[in-house]
Design a protein around this ligand. Structure first.
Ligand SMILES: NC(=O)c1ccc[n+]([C@@H]2O[C@H](COP(=O)([O-])OP(=O)(O)OC[C@H]3O[C@@H](n4cnc5c(N)ncnc54)[C@H](O)[C@@H]3O)[C@@H](O)[C@H]2O)c1
Ligand SMILES: [Zn+2]
Ligand SMILES: [Zn+2]
Length: 369
């Protein structure tokens, strides 16, 4: 079938809307009409070849939401008409998947970043060039996606489908890091650095855990204001304040947890300096520089450092759980979202990179209708 996809054709390049062809789903696959798709910094990191040697032209997009059009013959738990969120790809069969840790799937890079299926084939075609696809097993910057049955998550019909895509990556990562990975208990304290989409989702997660003290650290006052609205008990602008002094003032005995979304050495070290003995520090950022930790205090306090992918979530459980919390008025992730038309995808990316928009959502479904 013919679809419209946003193709990025060179390192750091713009997205160009183009008509290309999409195959029918294979037996384990699902064809989804995309209603909307979020943009995440990982799209930009891949466009800029920061994660791997990205091949071009590539159809990116990995926070899709939409409606199932067709299912392959091995797909029994989903059917046409289902409302779904697309999340990261995982094989479901390796040791880590079997341990209930699909975000650490041994085939994670191949299923999410390689630009083709595991067997090297493509579902997207053009007469002009080889099109790289299967990004996060979905390539959802397009009017239709082929996804794998593992990463298509059914959501309730009454939830607003056009804003649900970011639950598949950015929001799942932040909220899941606090709820699943760090497993913050009621009354415990946490410092969350970076009040972007992932950090603010972390604030929502901390609130859902009934954390006691929730401090958001950023350099942008508007984002810190929003962090307060979402449940942060304190905020620190690290451009105007000495972070360590401010954190020590807020909690003189230190914090139980730190969660960093900035990927910056100085920010991570400042947070670690303010943790209690046996405190735990979670990190998620895609960084270009190696992490250097000031070791002595780290060792002396028995601090634990934890790398986190996709909030350690089991998407088929965690995504519907976030939808339920949202519908109950306890998880206002919609406050992070600004909507854009498909033809304005480059503006959406620019606004995300400049910090103007926290979480752009591209309304693909309205395109051409
Ligand atoms: N591990 C995973 O599974 C996973 C999943 C999704 C995203 N990510 C990564 O998480 C990171 C965060 O994503 P995001 O969408 O929230 O990005 P974002 O750009 O929206 O947020 C980053 C925030 O950090 C703030 N910041 C920058 N410098 C700072 C400083 N010196 N001190 C304090 N705050 C500072 C920015 O103002 C911004 O608000 C990205 O690197 C992204 O690629 C990882
Ligand atoms: Zn696996
Ligand atoms: Zn992402």
């Amino acid at each position: 079938m013919e679809i419209t996809a946003a193709l990025v054709k060179e390192k750091g390049g713009h997205f160009e809307l183009e008509k290309i062809r999409l195959d029918d789903p294979k037996p384990d696959e699902v064809l989804v009409r995309i209603v909307a798709t979020g943009t995440c910094h990982t799209d930009m990191a891949v466009r800029d070849q920061q994660i791997a040697d990205t091949p071009f032209p590539f159809v990116l997009g990995h926070e899709g939401s939409g409606v199932i059009e067709k299912v392959g013959r091995n797909v029994t738990h989903l059917q046409p008409g289902d409302h779904v969120v697309l999340t990261f790809g995982f094989c479901g069969e390796c040791d880590n998947c079997r341990k209930g840790k699909p975000a650490y799937c041994e085939n994670f890079m191949a299923l999410n970043f390689a630009g083709c299926r595991l067997d090297g084939s493509h579902s997207h075609h053009s007469d002009r060039y080889e099109v790289f696809d299967n990004f996060f097993s979905q390539s959802s910057f397009a009017t239709y996606s082929i996804a794998h049955k593992n990463n298509v998550i059914k959501v309730p019909d009454e939830a607003p489908l056009e804003i649900l895509g970011p639950l598949g990556c950015g929001i799942q990562t932040g909220a899941g890091a606090v709820i699943n990975s760090l497993a913050v208990s009621p009354g415990q304290s946490i410092v969350i650095s970076g009040a972007g989409a992932v950090g603010l989702a972390g604030v929502l997660g901390a609130k859902a855990c009934s954390a006691g003290t929730i401090v958001a650290v950023d350099i942008n006052d508007d984002r810190l204001q929003l962090a307060k609205e979402l449940g942060a008990t304190h905020t620190v602008n690290s451009r105007d304040e000495n972070v360590i002094e401010s954190l020590n003032r807020i909690s003189p005995k230190g914090f139980d947890f730190g969660f960093d979304t900035t990927g910056r050495n100085d920010v991570i070290n400042n947070t670690i300096a303010c943790l209690k003995s046996f405190g735990e520090m979670g990190i998620v950022g895609v960084a270009v520089k190696p992490l250097e930790i000031e070791m002595n205090a780290f060792v002396a306090k028995g601090i634990r450092l934890k790398g986190i992918v996709e909030g350690d979530s089991i998407p088929s459980e965690f995504i519907p759980a976030m939808v339920r919390m949202y519908l109950n008025g306890q998880f206002a992730f919609d406050k992070l979202i600004r909507k854009y038309k498909f033809e304005d995808i480059n503006q959406a990316i620019e606004d995300s990179e400049s910090g103007k928009t926290i979480k752009p959502v591209i309304l693909v479904g309205e395109y051409g209708q």
